[in-house]
Design a protein around this ligand. Structure first.
Ligand SMILES: NC(=O)c1ccc[n+]([C@@H]2O[C@H](COP(=O)([O-])OP(=O)(O)OC[C@H]3O[C@@H](n4cnc5c(N)ncnc54)[C@H](OP(=O)(O)O)[C@@H]3O)[C@@H](O)[C@H]2O)c1
Length: 258
């Protein structure tokens, strides 16, 4: 059975993606800063599912962390068949008022580390002519989002990067899937301090488990872009046909506080 490396596996969508894989009997390499949580899952999953769970506690917003992670995986003699770049966070509010250090950390985690990990692992996959990569993007990848200005821009990068890379490598047995969830219940809203935003409406939000199940299946089928939920699929389609000024107006409206 294959080995999947999942970043941001200590909670939310990443935790559920890891669970999808171990339920199918696959081994996992779990990466996040909260190592104690990952160790809890290791103890539980190894006894419940009879799989191997490797734990690597690491801050992936640090420059050079992707190389460090690739080295740590090689040192353990592991082969990564599936790479899931899930770790990421958002910042809510006016860009001019954002904490600059935190904004730079977001660029590092959501863009730089994701890119470097993909570059490091895709080479091994292409050489083996086999591999799956999932990059967790967002419905925010499809249009600019005022009040989540920089976050949406990082996710636009992830979608563009993933689609083009999939085109480059899919003829050699490797696929790249951009998973695009809409608002989903997880630790994301706490971290981004955005509970008052109109778009955070628990009645309309998906669960991390639903998003993960959908995304995992799409990745295994080699789907290049996987938008979760019918309403999200309709809106991301309509965005392509609607003038940018209207999209920005609507985006601002749903991003504002209630
Ligand atoms: N929830 C949504 O509404 C939504 C919608 C669209 C896209 N997404 C995307 O989905 C992905 C997963 O987010 P989520 O919703 O599951 O949020 P979450 O519950 O906050 O989970 C984020 C995960 O990333 C890890 N992480 C954060 N900073 C890290 C760092 N510096 N180094 C290593 N790991 C780090 C966290 O672990 P530690 O804190 O233990 O490090 C945690 O496991 C993100 O890329 C997010 O942008 C979320």
């Amino acid at each position: 059975m294959s080995t999947a490396l999942i970043t941001g596996a200590s909670g939310g969508i990443g935790y559920e993606l890891a669970l999808e894989h171990v339920r199918r009997g696959g081994d996992v390499i779990l990466v996040a800063r909260r190592e104690e949580k990952l160790r809890e899952y290791k103890a539980k999953w190894e006894s419940t599912y009879g799989v191997n769970v490797h734990v690597i506690g690491m801050d992936l917003a640090q420059r050079g962390s992707a190389q460090e992670l690739h080295d740590a995986v090689s040192a353990k003699g592991l082969t990564v068949d599936i790479l899931i770049n899930n770790a990421g966070f958002g910042q809510y509010g006016l860009f001019e008022e954002s904490d600059l250090d935190r904004a730079m950390q977001m660029l590092e985690l959501n863009i730089v580390t994701l890119t470097a990990l993909t570059r490091l692992f895709v080479v091994d996959m292409v050489r083996r002519r086999s591999g799956r990569i999932m990059n967790v993007a967002s419905t925010a990848s499809f249009q600019p989002v005022p009040l989540m200005t920089l976050y949406a821009a990082t996710k636009a990068f992830v979608l563009s990067f993933s689609e083009a890379l999939n085109n480059e490598v899919s003829d050699r047995g490797v696929t790249v899937t951009a998973l695009c969830p809409g608002p989903t219940t997880s630790g994301f809203q706490d971290v981004a301090a955005m509970h008052e935003a109109r778009m955070v409406d628990r009645r309309l939000m998906a669960t991390s488990a639903d998003v993960a199940r959908f995304g995992y299946d799409a990745m295994m089928r080699g789907k290049p872009v996987a938008v979760h939920g019918l309403l999200n699929r309709i809106t991301t389609f309509l965005v392509r046909l609607t003038p940018r000024s209207i999209i920005l107006y609507i985006g601002r409206m749903i991003a504002e506080k209630r």
